[in-house]
Design a protein around this ligand. Structure first.
Ligand code: HEC
Length: 121
């Protein structure tokens, strides 16, 4: 019956390592953030251009980004659209979005904005 015990001796360290990663979220999960961001980028332009009064949100430092979403969620910031959106997210999801958007950079290497068509089509 020692085989049984040996197997547990092999498995237990793996379990405790896994629980370390399941601990309180420090840095957000960028991949999750990217997944969740599809909703955001219908309004917020990934090019970093402000559009129709909607601010650019790429490259905002992670902590400030998370704070902004928390403030919408707790209705300290008064914008009904963003309050609604932020209200759906858990702390981990907000951290994930913050990590993802903070990792996107503006600047000279950002793609040029598409020219806005004016006048007739
Ligand atoms: C329907 C359009 C729309 C969608 C979709 C949307 N936003 Fe917004 N967002 C806005 C507007 C408008 C503002 C400016 C609100 C204000 O004046 O407080 C804003 C503001 C913000 C700000 C604050 C920016 C700053 O400079 O303080 C953050 C952060 C933000 N949005 C993140 C997100 C994220 C993350 C998502 C997706 C989960 C998202 N938004 C989806 C319209 C939108």
């Amino acid at each position: 019956m020692s085989g049984f015990h040996n197997r547990w001796r092999a498995i237990l360290p793996a379990l405790s390592a896994a629980s370390l990663f399941a601990g309180p979220a420090q840095a957000g999960d960028k991949a999750l953030g990217q997944y969740l961001s599809s909703e955001c980028v219908t309004c917020h332009q990934l090019s970093g251009q402000q559009q129709a009064g909607i601010p650019a949100i790429i490259g905002i430092p992670e902590a400030r980004f998370a704070e902004a979403l928390n403030e919408y969620r707790s209705k300290q910031r008064a914008n009904p659209v963003m309050q609604n959106i932020a209200g759906k997210f858990s702390n981990d999801e907000i951290a994930a979005l913050a990590a993802y958007f903070a990792s996107l950079k503006t600047g000279p290497r950002a793609p040029a904005p598409a020219p806005t068509p004016r006048g007739r089509q």
